[in-house]
Design a binder for this molecule. Sequence first.
Ligand code: ZN
Length: 176
Amino acid sequence: MAQRSILFADNPILRKKSRRVPRLTQEIQALIQDMWEVMRAARGVGLAAVQIGVPLRVIVVEIPEDMDDPDAGTSLALVNPELVKVSREVEEGVEGCLSVPGWVGTVPRHVEVTVKAVDPRGKPVRLKARGYLARVLQHEIDHTEGVLFIDRTTEVWPVEEGEEEQEEVRAAGKKV
Ligand code: ZN
């Protein structure tokens, strides 16, 4: 049962650089479980541990199965994720954030990224992602550096009340 709630943008913890996870303890496994619960309850597609007040380098990402995207159905829990390679090609897309409710903005992101991490069992992972999944990964890894999408946005605007959907990140023209 997740008893953790999502922190909002005015909370200084969100501006902290998260620490690396030294060991995959039971506490870390419990944290990951809580993160899945909080993210799904909020109908997000990603969440970083710092968003629930734990400044450790842990992220979860889940692209909904019913989304019209090549990576639909992808679920990832990554510990100590880092971008090891990024494409020169950048594209703009619309993002929102569970920590910045009510606002979305246009954010330029690398089209393709390679991420190095370990999975929850401690197995090294090296993953190449494109498009929307690459965008979500960059958004979540930014959180581990204390960076919010509003720091990178070229334009930001409020979403109409009632129209708002609590996704962590969404791409323009895609209903998540
Ligand atoms: Zn976010």
